[in-house]
Write a protein that binds this ligand. Structure first.
Ligand SMILES: *[C@@H]1O[C@H](CO)[C@@H](O)[C@H](O)[C@H]1NC(C)=O
Ligand SMILES: *[C@@H]1O[C@H](CO)[C@@H](O)[C@H](O)[C@H]1NC(C)=O
Ligand SMILES: *[C@@H]1O[C@H](CO)[C@@H](O)[C@H](O)[C@H]1NC(C)=O
Ligand SMILES: *[C@@H]1O[C@H](CO)[C@@H](O)[C@H](O)[C@H]1NC(C)=O
Ligand SMILES: *[C@@H]1O[C@H](CO)[C@@H](O)[C@H](O)[C@H]1NC(C)=O
Ligand SMILES: *[C@@H]1O[C@H](CO)[C@@H](O)[C@H](O)[C@H]1NC(C)=O
Ligand SMILES: *[C@@H]1O[C@H](CO)[C@@H](O)[C@H](O)[C@H]1NC(C)=O
Ligand SMILES: *[C@@H]1O[C@H](CO)[C@@H](O)[C@H](O)[C@H]1NC(C)=O
Ligand SMILES: *[C@@H]1O[C@H](CO)[C@@H](O)[C@H](O)[C@H]1NC(C)=O
Ligand SMILES: *[C@@H]1O[C@H](CO)[C@@H](O)[C@H](O)[C@H]1NC(C)=O
Ligand SMILES: *[C@@H]1O[C@H](CO)[C@@H](O)[C@H](O)[C@H]1NC(C)=O
Length: 670
């Protein structure tokens, strides 16, 4: 076992410049958290506190001298539970408990529910003990900062009880801290500051400075009756939190010889506050700031301004100014008002306690105008083309036979409907209402509005008619397959009945499953997107979510269809190139016509959707744009292509034939 001297030597050998320099080279066995260096020498396996550092040394930094303060050792035979009963001792004993608990919580992500509860109870007792000096307090604040890194999934009701009680004690402790020499303690997740007023002043401001290293004491500051209202600190650095405590004018008269203490606690996250009203679905981080006064009667009001954190692909939408109500054990808004202005979020409350700002975000949408115009023009032309094709097919059905006409007409019908839905319905006509002026707690950090307007219906219809188009594409392919394989008899007798059932029934089943598993009136965004009336594909953080209906309700059926159709196209081209005895006419078919036939088949089978898959998997920006435009062009003009290949071409052919009065041909399209 390493002895005390060796540990000390190891720490001092690492040089007297701390903390960054000691870790960067990794030459010396030290890990640094905040202003504390923990030894990498750990308690051996098998001991109750196995895996925790055996020693810590405080990093003392002043302008003249950087070095380590006194070394504290851990008794590896004791764990957190064992320390719970050891908190009523002398200053020395409390110091030992405080530093031991600090070491035992130095790996916060490994702590169990029981460990966290014990640690919270111990530090709570230490802070309220009469035997408390600055060193103990500093160690305790460091421990609490570490506890703010613990895994929230481990928190039980007992843990929340202990943590909530700890926040109360911290509020009182912040007031008592004005008795210490230094009136500020700063740790990565927690800062405590206090001030003692002996003369009256109209207001006291506290602020947090942006961009300073997490444990820099200058990170939190205060100005007496000062003016940080233009959001710069006295040192000229930008600030990201401002708390102004305003005192009553009348209190000036009866101030007398009194000393008023004001304490502020700043939590970098809200893990200790277990709200049931507000859910954090986006895993956003909220700061909580607590203000307290020794004499609450002097208070006029408290104003605070904070900047919500930036969430990628979301913008803040609404917010509520809240305080923690210990009786209801949740955030409440009574006595607080929100002030709407352009700079950040701004609140005012007529009482003190733990304040927070609950922000709800909404997703950002990007949206391409160019594609939009391509789509509208292409779709309109396609609709005209498809209607003409359908009419022409019905008129000339005798040349082709019933099945072929029925299939093509159904494809045209489905495509016309989805083009119409696409043009008139894809943009959600109902935009969500603006942020409210009322100070109301949002239910979550992700904006949720109940379903209104026709958007869900349009999404369902779009999904239905697109799937129906694919279903009919497959049936068309199957029909072609039967024709090639079995030219004399054609497809089986029941083909028509099966086709109608599958073509119109299968999409309905898929749409029904999608709706019933993902849609709810209160949260329609499980099924569709907000800005567009189309299937939801991304999760709350903007990543592709396989549980959303876009994947299994659309992309998968499409992929099955494409695989089937591609194999058919290969089979078809092979047949007409290499000559199939079943297709008698193919021997005399010229090359140009063969290619045209394959192309027509590819178009009617919807193979341009393959490009869509390349769009999905492309990461290269330029390629992505090119592919998107090609995809958009191909798909929006698919109706036009069908018209040209199936109607215009054979119409012209018929006319030419008519003029030349040549012999009739039995086959129309491919
Ligand atoms: C954490 O709790 C477990 C039991 O839940 C215990 O075995 C372990 O020693 C505790 N760890 C510390 C550091 O106290
Ligand atoms: C600490 O001591 C006080 C009085 O000496 C006693 O009331 C309190 O219960 C003790 N606390 C603990 C945790 O032992
Ligand atoms: C606090 O008390 C401990 C234990 O007696 C002592 O080592 C430490 O120097 C004290 N700190 C201050 C700032 O007086
Ligand atoms: C604050 O300090 C005063 C006296 O210095 C003491 O009576 C009081 O109990 C302390 N409060 C807390 C919460 O430690
Ligand atoms: C408080 O006011 C008195 C008299 O007006 C003055 O002498 C004293 O310096 C002031 N104290 C502070 C801390 O400003
Ligand atoms: C603080 O500064 C603002 C302008 O930056 C000014 O309007 C306001 O009067 C100042 N307040 C005080 C108390 O000096
Ligand atoms: C903010 O106030 C400081 C001093 O009070 C001043 O130097 C600075 O120019 C002000 N900044 C702006 C943007 O008004
Ligand atoms: C206190 O006095 C200031 C000016 O000295 C004034 O602006 C403010 O409105 C007064 N507050 C109250 C509550 O009377
Ligand atoms: C206020 O503090 C000063 C010095 O810190 C002290 O002399 C004075 O007695 C205190 N007044 C009261 C009422 O505690
Ligand atoms: C968020 O982003 C905006 C502009 O991009 C910036 O002005 C602001 O300071 C950022 N806020 C935070 C908390 O990073
Ligand atoms: C704060 O304001 C609310 C209503 O705005 C009021 O009911 C409450 O009494 C006020 N509290 C204080 C301490 O002034």
């Amino acid at each position: 076992m390493m002895d005390r001297f060796m540990l000390l030597l190891l720490i001092f050998l690492s040089g007297n410049t701390c903390p960054e320099e000691t870790v960067s080279g990794l030459t010396f066995p030290l890990t640094v958290i905040g202003q504390i260096s923990y030894s990498t020498q750990l308690c051996p396996p098998g001991t109750p506190s196995a895996g925790n550092p055996m020693a810590l040394a405080e990093c003392l930094s002043s302008t003249l001298f950087h070095g380590f303060g006194g070394l504290k050792l851990l008794d590896c035979g004791l764990n957190l539970e064992a320390f719970e009963s050891k908190v009523n001792g002398t200053l020395e004993e409390n110091m030992f408990v405080a530093s031991s608990v600090q070491m035992l919580t130095s790996k916060p992500e490994q702590l169990t529910s029981q460990n966290i509860t014990s640690a919270a109870t111990i530090v709570n007792n230490l802070l309220s003990a009469t035997m408390l000096n600055e060193s103990v307090a500093e160690s305790v604040v460091a421990t609490i900062s570490q506890l703010m890194h613990t895994d929230e999934d481990q928190y039980s009701e007992d843990t929340y009880d202990a943590l909530e009680s700890l926040t109360k004690t911290l509020e009182d402790f912040a007031l008592n801290m004005s008795n210490f020499n230094s009136n500020v303690l700063v740790q990565p997740n927690l800062a405590v500051q206090s001030i003692k007023l002996s003369n009256w002043t109209s207001q006291v401001q506290f602020y947090a400075v942006t961009g300073l290293s997490q444990n820099s004491p200058e990170r939190i500051g205060q100005t007496l009756s000062g003016n940080a209202s233009n959001m710069t600190s006295s040192s000229g650095r930008p600030i990201d939190l401002l708390l102004t405590i305003k005192l009553q004018n009348e209190s000036q008269k009866d101030w007398g010889n009194r000393n008023l203490s004001i304490g502020v606690v700043l939590y970098e996250n809200d893990r200790f506050f277990n709200s049931k009203l507000f859910n954090s679905e986006l895993d956003t981080k909220r700061r909580v700031v607590a203000a307290s006064l020794t004499d609450k009667n002097f208070l006029d009001n408290v104003e605070f301004a904070m900047w919500p954190e930036n969430i990628s692909s979301s913008t803040s939408y609404d917010f509520a100014c809240v305080f923690w109500d210990y009786t209801h054990r949740d955030w409440r808004t009574e006595g607080c008002v929100k002030i709407l202005d352009s700079t950040g979020v701004h609140c005012e409350c007529n009482h003190t306690t733990n304040f927070a700002v609950l922000v709800s975000f909404r997703a950002d949408y990007t949206y391409s105008e160019a594609l939009n115009w391509i789509s509208i023009v292409g779709c309109s032309l396609s609709i005209v083309g498809l209607v003409l094709t359908a009419v022409y097919q019905i008129k000339t059905r005798k040349q082709r036979g019933g099945n072929s006409t029925m299939l093509l007409v159904n494809i045209c019908l489905c495509m016309t409907t989805y083009y119409l839905l696409f043009i008139f319905g894809i943009n959600n006509p109902v935009q969500s209402s603006k942020a409210s002026e009322q100070n109301v707690i949002p239910s979550s950090d992700l904006l949720q509005t109940v379903d209104q307007g026709p958007c869900t219906a349009i999404t369902a219809l779009l999904q239905y008619f697109l799937l129906a188009t694919f279903a009919w594409n497959i049936l068309y392919a199957a029909h072609v397959f039967f024709l090639i394989r079995n030219a004399l008899n054609g497809p089986p007798r029941a083909f028509r009945t099966i086709a109608v059932t599958v073509g119109w029934g299968l999409p309905a089943v898929i749409v029904g499953i999608s709706l019933s598993t993902t849609y709810s009136f209160r949260n329609p965004l499980g099924y569709r997107q907000e800005e567009f009336c189309w299937l939801a594909s991304l999760d709350k953080t903007g990543r592709f979510d396989p549980k959303r209906p876009m994947l299994w309700g659309f992309l998968l059926p499409l992929a099955v269809m494409l695989c089937f159709n591609i194999s058919l196209l290969v089979y078809f081209s092979q047949t007409i190139c290499c000559g199939n005895p079943n297709l008698k006419s193919s021997r005399s078919t010229p090359m140009k016509k063969k290619i045209l036939s394959c192309f027509s088949l590819a178009v009617v089978l919807g193979l341009s959707w393959v490009i869509g898959y390349f769009v999905l998997i492309t990461h290269d920006k330029t390629l992505y744009i090119i592919l998107s435009v090609v995809f958009c062009l191909c798909n929006t003009t698919q109706g036009v292509q069908i018209f040209i290949l199936f109607t215009l071409q054979s119409f012209l052919k018929t006319r030419t034939r008519y003029k030349l009065d040549s012999k009739t041909e039995s086959k129309g399209g491919p």
